[in-house]
Design a protein around this ligand. Structure first.
Ligand code: SAM
Length: 238
């Protein structure tokens, strides 16, 4: 999978080069290209923002550098390639696990990190002809810029690519996975030692009875989901 990220803070994306995601990049499962938006400006101050038409507070990202940056990212596109352009924005659709799976099924993602009050709306309008546009929010709050949202969405997506996770069984069993048993949230998990600070691992998990373990995990998943996320629980309790 190819991933391009356009930002005024390229260093912000460096954490993607750590851990399992970093290994996926090292192995070539992901071809990560981070671009500095300011490289596509032509003035002494490398300006990327200007005042909003119609007035109001804050600054808006200018369309010209975005146009040039996206033209450059798309320049070696094959005729049959249609990348997905992801614009992180609090006014987008809420990003979730099925969306991560959807993005993982594509072969080319371009993330455009907004700053200030966001990007001039004509940029999306113009590039819709060449790319599939997804305007996505990571939650109902406002960040200072799109970089943190891109770290979240890229990591959630890349870990679903074949071969990225050490244990192939772990993703299908994660919270929100459509293939997991029980309710959407995973219940409590334990490791050795059997007793820690007087707290014992539930006996059923040490019983060797796989059926009983599965039943217990399912019940814990249902309980946790109804306690933590009653909005998700309904479907699974019936
Ligand atoms: N004026 C915008 C609004 O009210 O919708 C907020 C702009 S925010 C200060 C600057 C940038 O941060 C946005 O362009 C977007 O890239 C990013 N951002 C902020 N909150 C986000 C969220 N919840 N999800 C995804 N991106 C977000």
């Amino acid at each position: 999978m190819r991933i391009d990220i356009i930002t005024i803070f390229p260093q912000y994306l460096e954490p993607l080069r750590l851990s399992v995601i970093g290994k996926a990049i090292e192995r070539g499962t992901v071809d990560l290209n981070v671009h500095d938006l300011r490289d596509f400006t032509h003035d002494r101050h490398r300006t990327v923002d200007d005042t909003p038409f119609g007035g109001g507070p804050g600054m808006v990202m200018k369309p010209e550098p975005w146009g040039e940056a996206l033209d450059a990212a798309l320049s070696n596109r094959q005729a049959d390639q249609r990348p997905t352009l992801v614009l992180p924005t609090p006014s987008g659709q809420r990003f979730d696990q099925p969306m991560a799976a959807g993005l993982a099924a594509t072969d080319w993602l371009i993330f455009a990190c907004g700053r200030y009050e966001g990007i001039d709306a004509r940029v999306v309008e113009h590039f819709r002809e060449q790319v599939d546009v997804r305007e996505l929010s990571i939650g109902d709050y406002v960040l200072a810029g799109g970089e943190a949202a891109v770290l979240v969405m890229a990591e959630a997506t890349i870990r679903l690519l074949p071969g990225v996770l050490g244990n192939a069984d772990s993703a299908p069993d994660d919270s929100f996975s459509p293939t997991r048993e029980g309710a959407p949230l995973e219940g409590p998990i334990y490791t050795k030692p059997q007793v820690w600070r007087g707290l014992e691992v539930p006996a059923v998990l040490r019983s060797g009875d796989h059926g009983a373990v599965a039943d217990w995990r399912r019940a814990q998943s249902v309980q946790r989901t109804s306690e933590q996320r009653p909005d998700l629980a309904q479907d699974d309790l019936g």
